[in-house]
Design a binder for this molecule. Structure first.
Ligand SMILES: CC(C)(COP(=O)(O)OP(=O)(O)OC[C@H]1O[C@@H](n2cnc3c(N)ncnc32)[C@H](O)[C@@H]1OP(=O)(O)O)[C@@H](O)C(=O)NCCC(=O)NCCS
Length: 166
């Protein structure tokens, strides 16, 4: 059994706001875990614009996961008509060897707590239709599939839009 499964308890991890010097580590986590990458400047822009919903998970001084979000004003994702202030989860990831410890759950919960206190009414994200683990995690947190975006990703895979009221 891997050390990660035996020796690391959820208490070994802390969740804190991302800071500028964390960005290279966030980019590293992204490049190791997801096929969707962004320019370095994009991460810094998101941090500058939405610092309060950009969190990192840390263990022994190293970044092992992150979530970054954007606040948007526009058409409601959950209701057929109407406008809403929304939290869009742009990206969330946890290094493989640190998964299954509740880190992903805690990252989303922290971001949702923050945007709820800022009066956002809904939270939404896109997820690959085959990303069963992530989809199950979002469902446990109250997200529901609201639409399918056909061929959403560069490789042609479709995405679900999942959303939850806040
Ligand atoms: C999706 C992702 C962020 C989830 O991160 P995570 O830290 O593993 O998430 P959690 O630990 O909170 O939940 C995952 C599982 O661990 C279980 N778990 C939660 N807390 C736990 C704990 N304290 N001890 C043991 N297991 C636990 C959960 O029940 C869940 O089980 P499931 O696999 O049956 O659903 C991670 O899989 C990842 O980075 N994937 C690659 C990138 C990606 O796909 N991102 C999403 C793009 S939309």
């Amino acid at each position: 059994m891997q050390e990660s499964r035996m020796g690391k308890s959820p208490d070994d991890y802390s969740i804190r706001l991302c800071d500028g010097p964390d960005i290279p580590s966030v980019i590293r986590v992204n490049s190791l875990t997801l096929p969707e990458h962004y320019t370095d400047d994009f991460y810094y822009q998101i941090l500058r614009s939405y610092p309060e919903t950009f969190f990192v998970a840390e263990r022994e001084g190293g970044v092992v996961g992150y979530i970054m979000c954007r606040t948007e004003h526009g058409l409601s994702v959950l209701r057929r008509f109407g406008l809403a202030k929304k939290c869009h989860v742009i990206s969330i990831a946890v290094l493989e060897e640190h998964r299954g410890k509740g880190i992903g759950t805690r990252l989303i919960q922290q971001a949702m707590e923050k945007v709820r206190s800022e009066s956002s009414k809904e939270c939404y994200l896109e997820v690959r239709v085959t990303n069963v683990q992530a989809i199950e995690l979002y469902k446990r947190l109250g997200f529901k599939v609201v639409s399918t975006l056909s061929g959403y990703y560069k490789d042609g895979e479709s995405a679900y839009t999942m959303a939850t009221p806040l």
